[in-house]
Each structure stands twice: as C-alpha cells, then as structure tokens.
Design a protein around this ligand. Structure first.
Ligand code: UD1
Length: 425
C-alpha cells in the first residue's frame, strides 16, 4: 500500500495545468456504448476510475485503444453483452451509468448494486424511476450487499419517452435517463434536472453522435429519441474540482498559482469564496491566477447542486477554513454523511465540531502533521492541502482514493514547490 508524505511547504507558486474532468469522462465513456462508429475522446484523464470504466466497456464488447496523450478510441459496434461484471461494478459507483445506454441499445441491462465512495446513503431510486417512466421493467434482487446475488435488471422491448420529474437534481440520474431516452421513441422531458457542466458536456457529446437534446445546463432537458447513433470526436471539459483544489492550494499556502486550462464560468462559487477570504483572483479566458491575501478572513459555505457551491470542494474548503481567522461554518446539503474527513483534520489538531449537517471550524488553531487516512477522494486532496501548512510531516494513508480522481497528483503539487513524496508502506 502506498502513502503520501506531505511536509510543511513554502508558499506554492507557478503554473499548473488542469486535466480533463473525471466526472465528464465517466458518463461520456458510458455513452460511448451507444455509438456504432468510431469515437475519439480527447483529454481523458489517466485515473483509476477511468481505467475501471474502460474495463467495463471492454467487458461489454467495446473495442478501446488508449494513447499516451489522453486520447481514447472507442468502437462499440459489436456490443452485445448487457451484464456488467460484478468485480468491476463493485469498484466504482459510476459504473452504474452504463445502465441507461445498455437498456436503450440492447433492450436490457443487468448490474450489481453500485460501489465507490462511501459518502452517506447513495441510492439509485431516481435512476430507476426514470427507467420505469420510459417503460422499462425493473427487477431487483437484494441479497447480501457484497454478494453476486444483489443485482438490478432493467428491460424493455420498446422504450417510450415521457415526462420525468426528479425529486432531487441528481447528476447521475439525469445522465442515465438522458442516455436511456436518446434512443427511446418520441419525446422525454426531464424536469428538475441537474445543471452541472458535466451534464452539458455529455449532452454535447450525444448531440455529436446524432442525438437530439435541448436544454442541458437548465433544469428542463428535452430529448427526442433517434433510431441510431454514429461516431464523433470530442474533447472532455477541464476538471473544475481539480482546478478548485489548486486554487485553494494557493490560498492555504500564502502562494501565487496560475491554474491553467479552466472554464472560469464553472468556478464562480470557488472564485467568490476565495475573494471573501481576501485572496486576489485574476480571471482570464482559460486560466485563473490566485494570489493569497496577507491573512485569510473567515468564511461560510453551503454545498448545493450546480450552480451552487460544489460538495466535491467541501473537504478542501474545510482544510482552508482551519487556516481562516475566527469561526467558519460549512453546511453540507447534498450528501448525508460527508464529514468523515473532519475526524482526520482533528487528528492534526484542528478545532472542528459537527452539528447535524454543519461543521463549525475555529481557524485560530495551528495544525501539526500526523498519520491520517483519506476517507474518500476529495478528503484525500483536502488532507494534502492541510499537510502543506501543518508543522512536521503528514502521512496520508489509503491514497488509492486520491488516485481515483487526481492525475499525477504529487508531480503537479511538487511542480509548484510542495514537499510531497509517495512511498511504499
Ligand atoms: C456525482 C459526482 C460526484 C458528486 C455528485 C454531486 C460523478 C461520477 N460523480 O455523483 O463527484 O459529488 O455528483 O455533485 O459525476 N440521490 C438519490 N437518489 C438517486 C440518486 C441520487 O436520492 O437515485 C441523492 C444522493 O443520495 C445524494 C444526492 O442525490 O444525496 C446527489 O447525488 P448525485 O447527484 O446523484 O451524485 P452522483 O451522480 O452519484
């Protein structure tokens, strides 16, 4: 098992290039099951989660060729397997995103129950509600959660468009339903749809394949089914969460970092909050420079679906708040149990208390390095950020979580001056 050793570092400076977005790559790779001609994806990040999704596609019958520069060629002409391998499915919750494409392409899809980050209960009821509305029959067998007997099967000879209202704007459910509806008969309207940029990227990709979709990026998405989808070349959008993580790295270390390859519009809540802390944020067309203020003012954040503050930046901002003067509050409204990292920050000396969905952070307490563990992907990144400012050495264990979502994480941090090394246990 590998771990990361992070030492208290000087202010981080320089330029870092953000990779393609993990959360756009995964649904777009799943959607590649729908095309019958060559698909070329550019700027796909080299991440564990992407590797798993590629394995899932191969197991389903797609031909996949990967190139060094992040380009991937996919041909799904011969896809005929509707059943996702249990081992792969269990590694990553997002594998469930192949359900929609398989259902509409092959008329059936069978999947074990999703694994992945353990952040609260993460049900799939909205995905299933959508499939049912389109006319799919759903069979569930819920045995022991870790057994092969637990599966979901969706089937239909003929999917027909419908109006679907989501009780919560779930990102995954919006994507899965969009993909199922793209080859259903007639018109589907998803109301209270998620509006995340990754939904827009998926929609743009599906349109290039020949899909007829309008309204992605708003709360109402209309999909007119088509009979067949072809091929396309598509570049994945930059990862707004990776960008946000490096922006926080500038703030927390008193640094000055240019974060390159970003879509500034996607980062509005991060920019606004960093300005509140007293940072100077210079926004250009494709890069953002963050210059830390002399001191960090206290802030409050509340996570919300896009365009609100992203839950995937909550842990990194709690790391920052441990360095912001006075009392700071972080409210998590998207996931039920997403404060596991707080226990790890406390091991480092942080003064944080939890009250229901709120974390109250007293920023006037110094941090010290110790042995901690990444409890999920973003908490791992947050521990790196905290480790950069803590006295001594922070030893981060369970870093496989970090590798699921950050490409070359220690190389990128090191290029900015961070003292970080990966070692074998
Ligand atoms: C996606 C992102 C993840 C991010 C999350 C919220 C990917 C691969 N992952 O996850 O990084 O943290 O969006 O921005 O894109 N819910 C239900 N029923 C459902 C589905 C979801 O109640 O059927 C609830 C979940 O329990 C959770 C909330 O909706 O409380 C948000 O989940 P969702 O938007 O679906 O997140 P994911 O798509 O899993």
């Amino acid at each position: 098992m590998e771990k990361l050793l992070v030492e208290k570092s000087p202010r981080l400076t320089g330029k870092v290039r953000v990779s393609g977005a993990k959360n756009a790559s995964l649904p777009i790779l799943a959607a590649s099951l729908l095309g019958t001609e060559d698909i070329i994806l550019e700027d796909v990040p080299k991440l564990k989660d992407v590797e798993v999704m590629i394995e899932v596609l191969k197991a389903l019958g797609s031909r996949v060729e990967e190139y060094e520069d992040g380009t991937i060629l996919i041909n799904s002409k011969d896809v005929n397997n509707y059943e996702t391998n249990y081992e792969l499915m269990n590694k990553m919750r997002a594998s469930f995103l192949v359900m929609g494409p398989l259902l509409t392409r092959l008329g059936k899809a069978k999947n074990s129950l999703p694994g992945g980050c353990a952040i609260g209960t993460r049900p799939i009821d909205l995905h299933l509600k959508g499939f049912k509305s389109l006319g799919a029959k759903i069979e569930e067998s819920v045995g022991d959660i870790n057994s092969l007997e637990s599966y979901i099967m969706a089937s239909s000879d003929r999917l027909v468009g419908d109006k679907i209202y989501l009780d919560f704007p779930s990102v995954g459910a919006t994507e899965n339903i969009m993909m199922a509806a793209v080859m259903a008969e007639g018109e589907t309207v998803i109301e209270n749809a998620a509006m995340e940029p990754e939904i827009v990227d998926l929609s743009n990709f599906l349109r290039k394949l020949g899909g007829n979709i309008k309204g992605a990026g708003t709360s109402s998405i209309t999909i007119r089914g088509v009979e067949k989808l072809g091929g396309a070349r598509h570049q994945i959008i930059p990862d707004r969460i990776e960008a946000g993580t490096f922006m926080v790295a500038a703030a927390i270390t008193g640094g000055d970092i240019v974060v390159d390859n970003v879509i500034p519009d996607h980062l509005k809540p991060i920019i606004a909050k960093l300005i509140e802390t007293g940072c100077e944020v210079i926004v250009n067309d494709e890069d953002i420079r963050v210059i830390a203020g002399k001191k960090l003012n206290s802030i409050d954040i509340k996570t919300l679906p896009y365009p609100g503050f992203p839950t995937d930046m909550q842990a990194q901002f709690i790391a920052l708040m441990t360095r912001c003067e006075g009392i700071n509050v972080a409210i998590e409204t998207v996931f039920e149990n997403r404060f596991m990292h707080v226990g790890e920050f406390k091991k480092m000396g942080a003064d944080i208390s939890i009250d229901g969905r709120s974390a109250i952070i007293n920023g006037n307490v110094p941090l010290h390095g110790t042995s901690v563990r990444a409890t999920d992907l973003r908490s791992g990144a947050a521990l790196i950020l905290a480790g950069l400012t803590a006295e001594g050495v922070t030893e981060i264990n369970d870093i496989y979580h970090i590798d699921r979502g950050y490409e070359n994480v220690e190389d990128k941090f090191r290029s900015l001056g961070a003292k970080i090394t990966r070692v074998d246990n």
